[in-house]
Design a binder for this molecule. Structure first.
Ligand code: HEM
Ligand code: HEM
Length: 248
């Protein structure tokens, strides 16, 4: 371990709030994907993923130093050199994201944008089967890349003898002080969290009561009603609604 390095704050609060909300929303969107019954929950969590990615792109341009794309996205040569170093057991430690991790991060953000864009198109009946199949394919690719990301986090933690998962909670890693985040930006992190919770609460409240959701529908309830109607209906424990919600 390089003792010339000290403990510095690398991940500001917005990055950490973004990351764990993304994990939660992606997992929830994934788990609620299959059934028509969960569609509105799926869409709500999918929109959350899209909003989080939009935030992260802006923060990657104007945020703290370690959060900025310009500080961690590297070319293929740097990625290869890092991976070779890893295999040889002497990959250089980076204060922020390492070059290989950065590549996965860009891929995850890109696939999240693609998945949610195609999901939106499918939901609004644009783009036909192509959008629907593209949505599912993009989601599957993203899951695959999440697996690679987790493996990378494990390998990186072992190679550098540093608990990277803990750092994504505490914000602190070993590093040079001038490479850290100058400020924690806690109020911005709190605002991001409040916006997401507010969006979820608003979606929940604007979902009509289950009875209304299933009775008014000349159109498919999932399309016509507020986004969490399906979840409310499910919690209402009414089993007679299956005829009303034919898939498309
Ligand atoms: C749904 C799955 C996940 C997605 C989409 C995802 C996405 C991301 C993204 C976009 C970043 C970059 C953070 C930033 O700079 O803003 C990141 C970093 C990170 N993620 Fe995840 N993540 C996922 C799951 C997880 C899980 C389950 C863990 C822990 C067990 C984890 C641990 C980390 C760590 C430690 C970093 C920082 C890596 C480094 O030190 O360079 N991720 N992840
Ligand atoms: C990262 C976020 C998302 C993930 C991981 C995801 C994943 C999936 C998956 C895997 C399926 C296929 C389920 C199956 O039939 O087995 C699916 C279906 C669907 N998703 Fe998403 N999705 C996301 C975001 C969205 C968004 C934002 C919307 C709409 C605004 C959306 C709308 C839909 C719809 C309408 C279907 C059903 C398509 C059909 O008729 O078969 N999804 N999603």
């Amino acid at each position: 371990m390089d003792t010339s390095m000290s403990r510095v704050r690398v991940w500001d609060v917005p990055v950490r709030v973004f990351h764990w909300l993304l994990v939660l929303s992606f997992a929830g969107a994934w788990l609620s994907a299959e059934s028509e019954r969960w569609r509105l929950l799926h869409v709500t969590l999918g929109y959350t993923v899209a909003g989080l990615v939009a935030f992260r792109v802006v923060w990657g341009l104007v945020g703290t130093k370690p959060a900025r794309f310009a500080s961690f996205v590297r070319g293929p040569a740097a990625v290869l050199a890092y991976l070779k170093g890893l295999l040889a057991g002497r990959a250089p430690h980076t204060t922020g994201h390492n070059p290989a991790g950065a590549l996965a991060i860009v891929g995850l953000l890109g696939l999240a944008a693609l998945t949610t864009g195609l999901g939106w198109a499918t939901y609004n009946e644009l783009g036909g089967d192509l959008a629907e199949e593209g949505h599912e394919l993009a989601a599957n690719l993203m899951l695959l890349l999440v697996g690679v990301h987790l493996l990378g986090v494990l390998v990186g933690s072992l190679a550098h003898r540093e608990n990277l998962v803990r750092a994504m909670f505490t914000g602190h890693k070993r590093g040079q002080p001038d490479e850290g985040a100058q400020r924690a930006w806690a109020p911005l992190g709190a605002l991001l969290l409040a916006l997401v919770l507010g969006f979820w609460a608003w979606q929940w409240r604007s979902a009509p009561q289950p009875a209304a959701a299933w009775q008014t529908a000349a159109v498919e309830p999932a399309q016509a009603q507020g986004p969490l109607a399906a979840l409310k209906a499910m919690l209402d424990d009414d089993d007679d609604d299956d005829d009303d919600k034919e898939g498309h």
